[in-house]
Design a protein around this ligand. Structure first.
Ligand code: NCD
Ligand code: ZN
Length: 352
């Protein structure tokens, strides 16, 4: 509901359908930044070692709940990291017991901590067939890792070379293409009515590759998949603001300490948890589509995952620019917060 002056917007509490919380001191520091505004999040399993089994997912969930401040209400939805040794029965049990909501597919070597990912897709077919039977979604990091493929083309090539054949072999599998970055991916999702959806990050709605590379290299804008040219960013905004149920928010908020990012071989990942909702309100307002924000952040995701939307609401209020800290402190060093490059006017308040 938007009031007449368009300065206040109340929506269902949002969820984040792709989030990195890490572990230990980092988990402790970053978890409140998400739990403050979000009801639930799909938790990425790329720890070292990765979260592969139901037992590991359940232990990790316990550590997340132990790190959650007592006054915060937040539900982590766990994922299992798919390897060529994953046991279909363990996956089915984890789903039946509510321990795991989805399985995550990383092509081997695609991104941070993905060494245990999949090389031979035929070897994971029994797991994928089991998931199709029980209706458990597969979250896909959609980039090929072939060093001969240009990094800006890796998503498009993945769709043609991996995703299309995989979906043909297991057509009943529910697939989420995560953090899509190209017009190609948006079109592919739009062309398929069933069992396919995509998450879009906050930062890919805001930055293009010039932001990373023009006028000096900006490590804090480097993530995977890497941001593409402006035409692709516009395609992502169009998808996000469309209200189309197949597109929803997955921030891919991926904290790394400044020393880990600011070095000769810096880590991929952008930390957007603190200011995501303010950033998104700004993007949707600029597009004249604030009325579609709730679908993107709070309704489409639960619908795809077969979950009810959150009962609680948040209110976004427009006013003088809101300031977020430039970084948050962790025991391992500071983590820089995403700088959208424009003022944020929408502040978030939780409703009782
Ligand atoms: C993620 C991370 O740091 O774990 N990094 C990133 O750039 N998005 C991994 C990932 O989701 O690709
Ligand atoms: Zn991620």
């Amino acid at each position: 509901m938007i009031d007449k002056t368009m300065t206040s917007l109340t929506i269902r509490r949002p969820d984040d359908w792709h989030l990195h919380l890490r572990d230990g001191a980092m988990l402790q520091a970053v978890l409140p930044e998400t739990a403050r505004h979000f009801g639930r999040a799909i938790i990425m399993p790329n720890l070292v070692p990765p979260v592969v089994t139901a037992r590991q997912a359940s232990d990790y969930r316990d550590r997340i709940m132990a790190a959650l401040p007592g006054d915060m209400d937040f539900t982590p939805l766990m994922t299992l990291y798919l390897t060529e040794d994953t046991d279909p029965l363990d996956v089915a049990n984890a789903h039946a017991n509510g321990v795991a909501t989805a399985v995550k597919l990383y092509p081997a070597g695609a991104t941070t901590n993905s060494a245990s990912g999949v090389t031979n897709f035929d070897r994971v077919r029994p797991v994928l067939e089991t998931m199709a039977e029980i209706g458990m979604p597969l979250c896909v990091h959609g980039e090929v890792t072939d060093p001969d493929i240009d990094i800006f083309d890796r998503e498009a090539v993945f769709i043609d070379k991996v995703l299309k054949p995989l979906r043909k072999k297991v057509p009943d599998l529910k697939v989420v293409m995560e953090h899509v970055t190209t017009q190609h991916a948006v079109d592919y999702v739009r062309d398929h009515r069933k069992n396919l959806a995509a998450t879009i990050t906050t930062h890919h709605l805001i930055i293009n590759r010039n932001h990373i590379l023009a006028g000096g290299i900006k490590p804090h804008y480097y993530c995977l998949p890497v941001a593409k040219r402006e035409a692709h960013r516009i395609a992502l905004v169009q998808a996000a603001i469309s209200g189309d149920k197949r597109f929803f928010l997955g921030t891919d908020s991926a904290p790394h300490t400044d020393p880990a990012k600011l070095q000769s071989c810096g880590c991929a990942g952008i930390f957007t948890a603190p200011n995501t909702m303010s950033c998104l309100a700004e993007v949707f307002e600029a597009a004249g589509k604030l009325t579609k924000l709730e679908a993107f952040t709070s309704l489409n995701g639960p619908q795809f995952y077969g979950l009810p939307p959150n009962e609680a609401t948040i209110t976004l209020q427009k006013g003088d620019p809101v300031t977020y800290p430039g970084s948050i402190e962790t025991a391992d060093g500071p983590v820089t917060v995403f700088d959208p490059g424009f003022d944020l006017h929408w502040r978030v308040t939780e409703n009782p």
